[in-house]
Design a protein. Sequence first.
Length: 105
Amino acid sequence: MPRLYKAPKAAQEAVRRGLRIRDAQPMSNKCCTSAGILTARRILRGYMFDRAELVKIYSFHRRHRAARRGRKFSRSSKSTQALLLWGGEPMYRYTQRILGKLDKR
């Protein structure tokens, strides 16, 4: 049976912040595809992720961090909302740490 991993509490709080920001936006400034919303709900509800799902989350963060490098975004931008809904910096660091350990095995 594959090992499962639960998102850290800090990632759940990032999702809560992202949802509050998203809910306050007009429809034209709301972020995320259905995959982003599903990931947010899973993180928030304490879903247990397998390695393949952690890779997807890590890949999302790597792509979007690179796009943001050196640029300023408002607190309510779609980019900021998306990063928070995918667990924010805490989820990025968590997936990086877990996947790093798994790759060493």
